[in-house]
Write a protein that binds this ligand. Structure first.
Ligand code: F0G
Length: 381
């Protein structure tokens, strides 16, 4: 019998492609290595010849892709001697920051919009022991405050403006290439601050570099030095497609949105921090931005759960919602391979899920006849 070595997280796995030293103390919870699941039923129902894969980032230790960035950001903060980290968050960053701070033995301060984050995320920040600061404002207000307070207090910002966050998150692109053997034709993501779309592009670019020296922050976009022919494993990069919620779609409006609103609270952001980088990604990759209504987002979330058995949070379903629409219209042509990132786990936001579910739930007496009736009445032949 052969044993595989224990998986110990993405920094250990991609150590030579990340800015860490041999003696760096790695703060990890075994993040990364998430499943890339090929959809079976939805493409058939669409009636289109496409390969759709979902990268199920909801299976990270705190239930979202943020863990990829947070292992790097907290590792580097601890290496620099920091005793406290801070972030503004719509819920997932705060959950990840709180968990990795607990692991490292440092303090996490998290600023969240009062009453506007999903219940599971709130529970996480509290259980992991963060100092939770609820503000009467939105994510963008929180981000501004975090930047200001970090100028006066000895705290390290772990939002995606921290470059180590993107370094960690780029590893999702590495994993996809290693599993498929090549980059997909299209990579679809939900967009809030646009950190993740930027990070994936860094990852795809680095993986297609042949020089092998694009390892640190300086690598961002490889400065045009990539040689795609004869590159590492892949000779191609995907078109990057970013979908926003219609009520929070600054990339579609051409500038900040003052009062962003959407049921997908994770991407309820009006003033993206990676604005310039994301436009650069769009241009370089030949992709596009678009928006999805809340109705379309929720329908995609429900469809994915009901047809494929995959439960993601509303914001995550934005990638699939947009992709399905663009496949149907032909903008994404038949014959394409498409990866949709499912950024967060559906369990994060049980309220929204329960509210929109139409599956039968019956309450009966604990008697055999009543059970039989419930089965009979709810059997679809
Ligand atoms: N999907 C989920 C589930 C998220 O939590 C976020 C961002 C995004 C998508 C968008 O990613 O900002 O890199 O474009 N959540 C942040 C947070 C803002 O505070 O948890 P992005």
């Amino acid at each position: 019998m052969t044993f595989r070595p224990r998986y110990t997280g993405l920094i250990d796995k991609y150590r030579d492609r990340l800015p860490v030293h041999d003696d760096t103390r790695i703060i990890s919870l075994g993040e990364g290595n998430t499943p890339l699941i090929r959809l079976q039923n939805i493409p058939r129902e669409l009636g289109k010849d496409v390969d759709i894969y979902v990268k199920y980032e909801g299976l990270n230790p705190t239930g979202s892709f943020k863990d990829r960035g947070m292992t790097m950001a907290v590792t580097k903060a601890v290496e620099a001697g920091s005793k406290a980290i801070i972030c503004a968050s719509t819920g997932n960053t705060s959950a990840a920051a709180a968990a990795y701070a607990a692991r490292a033995g440092i303090t996490a301060f998290v600023l969240i919009p009062d009453g506007k984050i999903a219940m599971g995320k709130m529970a996480q920040a509290m259980m992991y022991g963060a100092v939770t600061i609820q503000i009467k404002g939105n994510f963008d207000d929180g981000m501004q405050l975090v930047k200001e307070v970090a100028e006066h207090a000895p705290v390290t910002i772990v939002n995606s403006i921290n470059p180590y966050r993107l370094q960690g998150q780029k590893t999702a692109a590495f994993e996809i290439i290693e599993e498929l053997g090549h980059a997909p034709d299209y990579h679809c993501l939900p967009v809030g601050n646009a950190g993740n779309v930027t990070a994936h592009w860094i990852g795809y670019c680095e993986y297609s570099c042949s020089s092998g020296d694009h390892v640190t922050e300086a690598c961002a976009y490889c400065g045009g030095k990539c040689k795609f022919a004869g590159g590492a494993i892949t000779g191609k990069r995907p078109k990057m497609v970013g979908y926003q919620a219609a009520g929070s779609a600054p990339f579609m409006r051409g500038g900040p949105v003052k009062e962003p609103e959407t049921v997908a609270t994770a991407i309820r952001i009006g003033n993206p921090q990676s604005w310039d980088q994301a436009w650069k990604v769009q241009k370089e990759s030949g992709g596009w931005f678009d928006e999805c209504t809340d109705e379309l987002i929720l329908a995609a979330q429900k469809l994915l759960a009901e047809r494929e058995g995959i439960f993601c949070e509303p914001a995550s379903a934005t990638s699939l919602a947009g992709a399905m629409r663009d496949i149907q219209s032909g903008k994404i042509p038949e014959g394409s391979s498409i990866v949709c990132t499912l950024t967060g786990n559906g369990l994060k936001d049980p309220d929204t899920a329960i509210k929109q579910s139409t599956s039968p739930v019956v309450s009966i007496d604990a008697e055999l006849d009543a059970v039989k009736r419930a089965i009979f009445e709810n059997t679809i032949i």
